[in-house]
Ligand binder design. Structure first.
Ligand code: A3P
Length: 305
């Protein structure tokens, strides 16, 4: 089945999730040809759950020496989205060679539809999830900034209605989270779940967890003195990243768009902004869906407000 997506494009239901034509083409190529390596690191997210932040953190974590040398820190001059390629748009652009040059990659593909080699190779998967109410509001702002002059803007009421029905980019949101959550319970050595809200509250703690999961824990020396962990966290903070010239003025291509302004990936970077946008009934409705969906799998709904 097909429907109209948030950008008025045609979207298609495939293996239980919704995709635009371009993204689905990329996904089909990946399912056929992508060969993950055991050393690969795959960041997986539902859109607007903290991808940009985690891309920067993962890049710095795996290239630790560059943090103290701003001249040699690629994040100073390049968007995290260019440093860590999104698999599905990469594959759509490079169908003959669906593998980026580095081992750090990103995808929005739900767990059930991931290329088989990402599961059999033993590569590490990091999944970040976020309160669906904040995800919805963030997505709505983002989509309306993507092509502001070319297509009719989607209203928040319409976005809410589609999101609640699961008809959203890579939706349903809840099935997306549950797929990775189940995998993290079954294969904790391969799949790590992080929650955006927890990372905001105590970034250092979760970065250390992440480093350990990747097999590169911080040494006592690295944590001592000025503290590499806090430096890294500080460099990747919303305030620092969003104020870099490259992220204020630059652009890159991706998601089937020739030009995406880097700045639209930075809006507020806060927990709970959805309450400034959604009506009480909308909040209650989304909380209720989350409660029901997560209860079934004994995953506690920590997002009720
Ligand atoms: P808001 O729209 O709520 O502000 P993604 O990177 O997955 O596209 O998600 C974008 C969301 O993450 C936006 O949320 C954006 O502001 C926020 N964000 C971007 N960089 C961040 C950072 N360094 N720390 C925390 N949040 C960040």
């Amino acid at each position: 089945p097909s429907e109209k997506g948030w950008l008025s494009e045609n979207i298609h239901l495939y293996q239980g999730f919704w995709y635009s034509t371009g993204v689905l083409n990329g996904l089909l190529i990946l399912q056929q040809c992508f060969q993950a390596q055991p050393s690969d690191i795959l960041l997986a997210t539902y859109p607007k759950s903290g991808t940009t932040w985690l891309k920067a953190l993962l890049f710095i974590l795996t290239n630790r020496t560059c943090i103290d040398n701003s001249e040699k820190n690629p994040l100073m001059t390049t968007s995290p989205h260019e440093l860590v390629s999104m698999l599905e748009s990469y594959a759509a652009k490079n169908p003959m060679n669906p593998r980026p040059s580095n081992s750090l990659m990103h995808t929005h593909i739900p767990y059930t539809s991931l290329p088989e080699s990402t599961k059999s190779s033993g590569c590490r998967i990091i999944y970040v999830y976020r309160d669906p109410k904040d995800v919805l509001v963030s997505c709505w702002h983002f989509v309306n900034k993507l092509k502001p002059n070319e297509i009719p803007q989607i209203s928040l009421v319409e976005a809410f209605e589609r999101f609640s029905r699961g008809v959203s980019p890579y939706g349903p949101y809840w099935d997306h989270v549950l797929g990775y959550w189940k995998a993290s319970v079954e294969f904790p050595e391969r799949v790590l779940l992080l929650r955006y809200e927890d990372m905001k509250r105590d970034p250092c703690f979760h970065i250390k967890r992440l480093a350990e999961f990747l097999g590169h824990p911080f040494t006592t020396e690295e944590e001592a003195g000025e503290g590499l962990v806090s430096k890294l966290v500080d460099f990747c903070s919303f305030e620092k990243l969003s104020n870099l010239e490259v992220n204020k003025k630059g652009s890159h291509s991706g998601f089937g768009f020739p030009v995406i302004e880097n700045k639209i990936f930075f809006r507020q970077g806060q927990v709970g902004d959805s309450k400034n946008h959604l009506a009480r009934e909308m909040i209650d409705h989304l909380d209720q869906i989350t409660e029901e969906k997560f209860k079934e799998f004994h995953l506690i709904n920590t997002f009720s407000s």
